[in-house]
Design a protein around this ligand. Sequence first.
Ligand code: SOE
Length: 388
Amino acid sequence: MATPLNIGMIGYGFMGRAHSNAYRKVNTFFELEHQPVLKAACARKEAEIKTFADTWGYESIETDWRKLVERPDIDAIDICAPNNLHHDITLAAAANGKMILCEKPLAMNVAEAEAMTQAVEQAGVPTMVWYNYRRVPAISLAKQIVDEGRVGRPFHYRATYLQDWTISESVPQGGPTLWRLDIDVAGSGVTGDLLAHSIDTAMWLNGPITSVTAATETFVKERMHAETGQVQPVGIDDACMFLARFANGSMGTFESSRYARGRKNYNTFELNGEGGAVFFDLEDPQLLQFFEYQQLQSGKKVEDHLTGWRSIHVSNFEHPYMDRYWVPGTTIGYEHTFINALADFIAGVESGNHTQPDYRNALQTQKVCDAVIESAKTGQWVNTNVEL
Ligand code: SOE
């Protein structure tokens, strides 16, 4: 008999749905001792959270997260609430001894993220921050290839994360669906929302980022606020570009925008090393491009007429996570990245070898984000103070 893992979900938006789907599916694809039970869903708006709870099969609802985190029948709190609530919910959940799964970015800023990390570490509760793209099988394969030494000494890391959904000036800011545009709720714009993903992936694959220099732009300076009805200044960065230095001596470029017409969720990276290179594009998520400079002739590395990029269809049983799903040649999708992440989290709780990224790891990404925003304001290179 499976051991129940009673989930208290806070939030009901896009991520609330993606995580709920993972809780429902994880035991059908992964053998785990624990089985998530959708105990309670929580949000301030009673009608909305009731509909959400009914749709996804939550047993009960709460309209005050403070009540939820105190409930003795809840084992794990999932924070899908807007960024400005992550800190207070984490502190209360940790004080109540709950496991915590938190949406990215971890916090509004480093000061909050440090306090949160300290709280969960003092409480000794398992945590995970949902940087789900690590669990795209092709990205996990890139990590495997790097760890196997096939890229060799790294020189360049190049990331883009582009969308186009905020170009219209009539898109309001604030409220339940557009809080990502409200600086007081989101903390930053594309830096925390999109580049945080790119930074998490980059540091996972290529190690710590030590310093950055950045430029940001806010193209639409005023938007109507959905809650007040008033036209208010826009405080977020609509686009951000930064240069980075990694501790391993390589250099990085990062670009993000929500004004890249035609790009919906264009998340790419390339790592070029002495021995090879990897390239990934989320618009083709089942593929990993790999260039290998490894043909040995008489002990020497050479290129010949067959040297070139190869496109790996990451759908074989040998590929990360893929033995859990269908047959070779068939693909999985966006929602499976959350299932994979959750499976890793539960397996870590069971083995005691906790999965990453936990709060401490996500704190490092927060440090880079804060350094990027600071650099964009000062025009200077800024040290990230990421743990080495
Ligand atoms: C923003 O549009 C967003 O939903 C991010 O918040 C997610 O983290 C990203 O995965 C998709 O885009």
